[in-house]
Write a protein that binds this ligand. Sequence first.
Ligand code: AMP
Length: 273
Amino acid sequence: MKTIVGIDEMVEARNGLEGSVGFVPTMGALHKGHLSLIERSVEENDHTVVSIFVNPTQFLPGEDFDKYPRRYEADRRICELAGVDLLFMPRREEIYGDDEVEVKAPKRKGYVLEGHYRPGHFDGVVQIVNKLFHIVRPTRAYFGKKDAQQLYIIEKMVRSFFWGIEIVPCEIVRDSDGLALSSRNLYLNEEERSRALLLSKSLKRAVKMVQEGIVESGKIKEEMVGILAPLKVEYVEIVDRDFNRLEEVEIGNTIILVAAYSGSTRLIDNIWI
Ligand code: AMP
């Protein structure tokens, strides 16, 4: 595995790769969720490129950019063992210039749910992913359903800019007790972690209700909000796969999403029905 910092060097290394190239963009502090994307890319492509870049433009003022976990040496080892060909760890000063041309998230779907509570977050996401796609020029790119709205917006971006990159959605990886893996779980103390389990618990309860024939969004959300009561809930929402609010769950076309704080850590989770 080659670790690359410079953009010119990355472009040159990419040009030297023949066949299909799978790409996994990440912010590092890699866990088994990231690893599942990397392993899938290694399996499905001739070569795999992973990027690690804690992207400042997708953090809002006051968010956790400064304290976001950085574990570059452990990450490097994880990538090497997984069979990654190129690990790209660009520098902020080289990625971002002064007074840049900007790519923006879609005006409606980029500003609901996550985009409503983190206005501008998805602008930062599409700006960086667009740059990384230009540098890496992958055949396929792997994104987790954990960040369901991000996945949706990236798919939209690929269509808007005729990227011709296949976006591969990957299942959410959870700890054995149900907690969705996230680099931000590192912030949780024991008590906060155990309360964080309420997110997945509320989603499981929602699935159970649907299985019992209760499909009204209002009833399901009310039950979920009850379960989530010990946390500061930001939103509980039931949408279709295009992120339109649903009055009733439509089997095969629904995502139930939750965002809540355990202590001062903001967590998101969702389930696809
Ligand atoms: P991040 O490093 O948080 O920007 O995540 C990089 C990629 O890994 C994104 O496509 C995420 O959706 C994905 N990812 C993060 N956590 C998980 C998880 N628990 N299961 C599956 N994919 C994940």
